[in-house]
Design a protein around this ligand. Structure first.
Ligand SMILES: Cc1ncc(COP(=O)(O)O)c(C=O)c1O
Length: 380
């Protein structure tokens, strides 16, 4: 029997280690902003809290509020950007399969056909030069490319701007989990969408922020979040993906807390690295943490394609490990019918990447237990 298939000792009691526990501002933190809503009697439709939150988020990213749009979720934000680009109906939207299903779902909701392409083995993201070489071999009209910034890592916006300049294919970046990582990034015309879901590093429950230096596109995205209205004239039919004043209230409270909360994330990340690094060295694991930034996930690539077996072994010991991106989107029945190129890197990642318990205030002893248990499982 393979060592990884061995059962955990039956009689041993294990502490349950949860995969993730969101931590948003408390009712007390949010209350002053809720009181402002009561006073203004303005509940949605770009009210004062949404406008001032947008300005604070713009400041976070070192851009102008004119280059910033908020949305009800990253999925709604991606749809709003794709619709704003006014692409040919049913044209192809090149997407990685190595992502969360919201990425291809937003292409389908924008009346595009997802076409799955493979990611780079080391960056886990699409590569502009590789993609350029693949384009002549893809049959059909390519409307857009959706690039995903994987698990808190940045992508090179300038390189994707160049890709668009050279191919005339617009690019949208799904940077759902990267609101901290992109704070020092040089933005360009390519729109970048950040999630503010409860599981993200600055969470409001459901929400998103979108950045682009293309003022015309930003205006159209804003319109798209509001049924297509900017003035009284609708040029492209839109949806309702506005951020309400209530989400904006949570966003303000989250930004008030952010300097302290970020320090807590940095400390947790540093501790997590300190216990995992020796295990990584011993077993040749790749730890997936963004540089000089914090993110809400801890992903590890095994040198072998034994992710499922390792996860089962962690789970029987009370550690609720899983795979955030599973085996890639194409493995889901709903997506299996869509066209795709070679996806061998994605398939390998699906068989070798495991996601470990990790959140802002996860107890240190639990992180140590996760590292120690992983070590034991890997040595068989
Ligand atoms: C890569 C990616 N894209 C999009 C989303 C969807 O974000 P939201 O929940 O804000 O719609 C997620 C959510 O985790 C994600 O991981």
């Amino acid at each position: 029997m393979h060592a990884l298939a061995m059962e955990a000792p039956m009689e041993q009691a294990f502490e349950t280690i949860e995969m993730f526990r969101p931590l948003l501002p408390t009712a007390k933190d949010i209350l002053p902003y809720l009181e402002r809503i009561d006073a203004a009697r303005w509940y949605s439709n770009f009210g004062p809290l949404e406008v001032s939150l947008k300005a604070r988020l713009a400041e976070h990213f070192k851009v102008s509020p004119d280059n910033t749009v908020t949305a009800a979720s990253a999925t709604a934000g991606l749809i709003s950007v794709l619709r704003a680009l006014n692409l040919p109906k049913d044209s192809l939207c090149l997407v990685p399969s190595w992502t969360f299903v919201a990425t291809p779902a937003s292409a389908i909701a924008s009346e595009l056909t997802p076409y799955f392409v493979d990611v780079d083995e080391t960056t886990w993201a699409l590569d502009p030069e590789t993609l350029k070489k693949q384009i002549p071999h893809i049959k059909g009209i390519i409307g857009a490319v959706l690039v995903v910034a994987p698990f808190g890592k940045t992508v090179d916006i300038q390189a994707w701007d160049k890709f668009t300049a050279e191919t005339s294919i617009p690019v949208v970046v799904d940077a759902a989990s990267c609101i901290d990582s992109f704070r020092n990034v040089k933005f360009g015309k390519t729109a970048v969408v950040f999630s503010m879901h409860a599981t993200k590093i600055i969470g409001v429950g459901e929400g998103a922020v979108i950045i682009s230096s293309d003022a015309g596109l930003v205006r159209h995205v804003h319109e798209q979040t509001n049924f297509g209205y900017y003035t009284r004239r609708i040029s492209i039919p839109g949806i309702n993906s506005k951020m309400s004043e209530y989400s904006a209230a949570v966003g303000h409270a989250a930004l008030d807390l952010w300097p302290e909360r970020r320090k807590q994330w940095v400390a947790t990340t540093e501790y997590c690295k300190s216990v995992l690094e020796p295990v990584a060295k011993k077993h040749n694991l790749t730890l997936w943490f963004p540089e000089d930034a914090v993110s809400t996930t801890c992903n590890v690539r095994l040198p072998t394609e034994t992710a499922d077996a390792v996860i089962s072994q962690l789970q029987v010991r009370g550690i609720k490990a899983r795979q955030w991106w599973d085996k890639g989107c194409l493995a889901q029945p709903a997506y299996a019918k869509y066209p795709h190129g070679d996806l061998s890197v994605t398939e390998r990642l699906g068989r070798s990447v495991i996601s470990l318990p990790f959140y802002c205030d996860i107890p240190q002893h639990q992180l140590a237990t996760v590292a120690q248990t992983l070590d034991q499982i890997l040595q068989g």
